[in-house]
Design a protein. Structure first.
Length: 187
């Protein structure tokens, strides 16, 4: 009888241990696969976002005095954004929902400000209004900020030990003698 109880206990223990090992291994593998997917997506997204960030330089936060584009140039800018989105590398495929919304809003604003329904001569001489200029620059800036947010560049490192503290001035650093025994008090 005792032998039967011992064998039954061993079998039951092995069975419970096997079930626990199965579920813990399964969840660990699932987390590893999710992490690998997220990391791969982030790396691919980073490549495409760098290019979009570079393209958006045509709409800086502030125009220089001679830098404000003509309406005809806005169509060229819009085309550059369009080519990035639908181009050979399909950059638009990697946009997050928030980035995509900002991107499309910027594209629509470029189209509206370019006024493609006007003839070329009117477009060339017609300057952007202050409101149109502000809206385009604001949308481009918001898009760039969202791109940085998406790839994690807008956040400090999450691990506390990776944050660097301020460098102490030389006068505050004490000279340490490696031969000195730190366990004894000085006389």
């Amino acid at each position: 009888m005792q032998l039967l109880v011992g064998v039954l206990g061993a079998v039951l223990g092995a069975l419970v241990g096997g079930v626990v090992a199965y579920f813990s291994t399964r969840s660990r593998i699932r987390l590893e696969v999710e992490y690998a997917h997220d990391q791969t997506l982030r790396d691919k997204r980073l490549e495409h976002y760098q290019r979009l960030f570079h393209i958006s330089r045509c709409l800086p936060r502030y125009w220089r005095a001679v830098e404000q584009p003509a309406r005809t140039e806005l169509l060229t800018f819009r085309e550059e954004f369009h080519n990035w989105y639908f181009g050979e590398q399909a950059g638009g495929l990697f946009l997050t929902p928030r980035s995509k919304a900002l991107y499309l809003e910027l594209q629509n604003a470029l189209w509206a400000a370019a006024r493609p329904d006007q003839d070329q001569e009117d477009q060339a001489v017609s300057e952007l209004s202050a409101e149109e200029s502000r809206r385009l620059r604001t949308l481009a800036s918001e898009l760039r900020h969202q791109l940085a947010e998406d790839v994690g560049a807008a956040h400090p490192p999450r691990l506390r030990w990776t944050r660097l503290g301020p460098t102490a001035p030389p006068s505050m650093l004490e000279k340490v003698d490696p031969t000195e025994d730190r366990g004894q008090s000085r006389v």
